[in-house]
Design a protein around this ligand. Structure first.
Ligand code: G1P
Length: 278
């Protein structure tokens, strides 16, 4: 079982300035729920109950969100608003939250390495990038699908989806051979390649299952794209040495790190709520 899920959440969210000037981008709400809570709920569904969050300066709202708020709860007790806190209260009751800070922005690989102290080095763990909001209205959540695949192959797995050729430069891109329906054995991975140099249009999306030997791989990885330590490069070494799978997940992903994707997600969840009310 995968019990621990790491949430790199130290980034600045400059694309959402000024909203993110004093507020973590992970706390931006889609309707009434902050982005990171969607990620935590997906991780819980997949069986995780230890949420390890990599924060940074100015991110204290995340810590407060996943804690009891006595005054507020007292205030709304017995009112119609009480039910609005049911979900978050359930999360707080069932999960343990741990935190550490990434002091400098040195890349996703570095952020994940900082999480070693939280997730330990004896068991596999999940990674969720809260910016990528993933849903599967027809069944298992994306992380649940990946955990099931992990149980079969016991190796690192990255989520992928096909993106238009002209957008590959925004993503980690994989090269691989199909093993079974929607599962690829990765032979190469490139972080944000030029559109004409990408090995495929299969982009990595912010869901990973990592085995603890990834920490050694990260330690042996040199800074790559934009001078940052890239998890893509560490996983590429892993793929060349052992085995990494890319999984074309069932469901939908919203790029909530961009205004367009954020609005799209908002509309999607709004329509969903409307339908529930009908
Ligand atoms: C990160 C990863 C990239 C991946 C992307 C998914 O990039 O480095 O490989 O494709 O997340 O959202 P970022 O979007 O943080 O620049």
């Amino acid at each position: 079982m995968i019990k621990r899920c790491l949430f790199p959440a130290a980034g600045y969210g400059t694309r959402f300035l000024p909203a993110t000037k004093a507020m973590p981008k992970e706390m931006l709400p889609i309707l009434t729920k902050p982005l990171i809570q969607y990620g935590v709920e997906e991780a819980m569904e997949a069986g995780c109950d230890i949420m390890a969050i990599i924060t940074g300066r100015g991110k204290r709202a995340i810590t407060d969100h996943f804690d009891i708020s006595y005054e507020l709860e007292h205030q709304i007790q017995g009112s119609s608003k009480e039910s609005m806190l049911t979900d978050i209260r359930n999360i707080i009751d069932k999960c343990t939250f741990t935190y550490t800070r990434q002091n400098e922005m040195k890349g996703l690989g570095d952020a994940i390495y900082k999480g070693k102290v939280l997730v330990g080095s004896s068991a596999p763990f999940a990674v969720v990038l809260a910016d990528d909001l993933c849903v599967n209205p027809d069944g298992d959540g994306i992380l649940t699908q990946m955990v099931k695949l992990y149980e079969k192959y016991k190796c690192c797995i990255v989520a992928t989806m096909e993106v238009p050729k002209e957008e590959v430069h925004k993503y980690g891109v994989i090269e691989g051979k199909a093993m079974e329906d929607g599962v690829f054995m990765v032979s190469n991975m490139i972080e944000k390649p030029d559109n004409d140099k990408a090995p495929s249009n299969l982009a990595v999306i912010g869901r990973y299952i990592l085995t603890p030997d990834i920490f050694e791989m990260i330690q042996n990885t040199k800074p790559g794209k934009n001078g940052e330590l890239q998890i893509t490069d560490a996983l590429c070494s892993q793929a060349k040495k052992g085995m990494v799978l890319a999984y074309k997940f069932k469901g939908k992903r919203f790029d909530c790190g961009s205004v367009d994707g954020f609005v799209e997600a908002t509309n999607y969840f709004y329509e969903l709520e409307k339908k529930k009310e009908e």
